[in-house]
Design a protein around this ligand. Structure first.
Ligand code: COA
Length: 269
């Protein structure tokens, strides 16, 4: 399992359970604020996990969550205060690299939002494919209250994940909304009692991990790649991805398993 440079000195924990990896933001004393150390730790972990998949590892899903009360309070405002404009700009670049890495990760990534997800914390969750939240969690893109705007994809991803209306409501007010309201806005797809969040995330991971890995990658690619395309181009993209899975052994295994009334054993080939 990845040690990922000890994930920047323990700021990120990685636990492998069968075909799922659980990645935990681990700066509980700072509400898991996205410091340089935490961001580079996350980047290292996601790169390492993607590298494992390339080498044939059967990882099928990643779950991201936080230690302690918060998912992530966003940018580390204490660290930020000591940065020059150039340093801030360079760090934003790195933050965006991380978000893009998560968004383009070749398997589904689930955010299990265990508590506050503000600013960059919510942007990280928005870069994931599926979000579930504890009923006690609060979400917000609060940047305008600090005189800035979301800078790690928030204005774009929230509008696409939920709606332009939801993005404008949250971003232009900078308000914090409860998980249930985030559910109503389409930002999270499930809200569960806080004590059940870890189980719910594990169950969701199991459900995803039962699918063919090539199919997961192709489906994610088709959905994300098609999102900004006109329908006919999106359909052509879907057809191209379909051709890839059609030619796979996994597709034959899926059909054979159905005929033999047994669970499929996918090999990612
Ligand atoms: N950057 C750096 N440190 C942060 C932080 C951030 N974004 N958010 C919280 N912390 C620190 C606090 O300063 C505190 O440290 P201290 O014990 O040295 O004072 C510690 O994390 C715990 O925070 P605290 O506020 O005491 O915990 P809480 O459980 O009552 O509240 C939050 C947690 C996340 C709701 C609250 O800290 C908060 O609102 N943070 C600011 C979030 C924000 O505006 N983010 C910026 C988005 S652009």
């Amino acid at each position: 399992m990845p040690t990922a440079t000890d994930a920047a000195a323990g700021f990120v924990l990685v636990e492998r359970r069968s075909r799922a990896a659980f990645v935990t933001l681990n700066r509980p004393d700072a509400a898991n604020a996205l410091s340089k150390g935490l961001v580079s730790g996350l980047e290292a972990v996601f790169k390492e996990l993607a590298g494992l998949i390339k080498q044939g590892d059967d990882l099928r899903v990643v779950v991201v969550t936080g230690t302690g009360k918060a998912f992530s309070a966003g940018a580390d405002l204490k660290e930020r205060r000591a940065m020059t404009l150039e340093q801030t700009w360079a760090f934003l670049d790195e933050l965006n690299r991380l978000m893009n890495l998560v968004a383009a990760f070749p398997r589904p990534v689930v955010a299990a939002i265990n508590g506050a997800a503000f600013g960059g914390g919510l942007e990280l969750a928005l870069a994931c494919d599926i979000r579930i939240a504890a009923d006690t969690a609060e979400l917000g893109l609060t940047e305008v209250r600090l005189g800035i705007i979301p800078g790690a994809g928030g204005t774009q991803r929230l509008a696409r994940v939920a709606s332009v209306a939801a993005a404008k409501e949250l971003i232009l007010t900078g308000r914090r909304v409860r998980a249930q309201r985030a559910y109503a806005l389409g930002i999270v797809s499930d809200v569960v009692p806080a004590d059940n969040l870890a189980d719910a995330a594990a169950k969701l991971a199991d459900e995803i991990a039962a699918a063919g890995p090539l199919a997961l990658a192709a489906a994610k690619g088709a959905i994300d790649g098609g999102a900004a395309l006109p329908l006919d181009e999106g359909l052509a993209l879907e057809a191209a991805y379909y051709q890839e899975v059609l030619a796979s052994d996994d597709r034959n295994e899926g059909l054979a398993a159905f005929a033999e009334k047994r669970p499929p054993v996918f090999k990612g080939k």
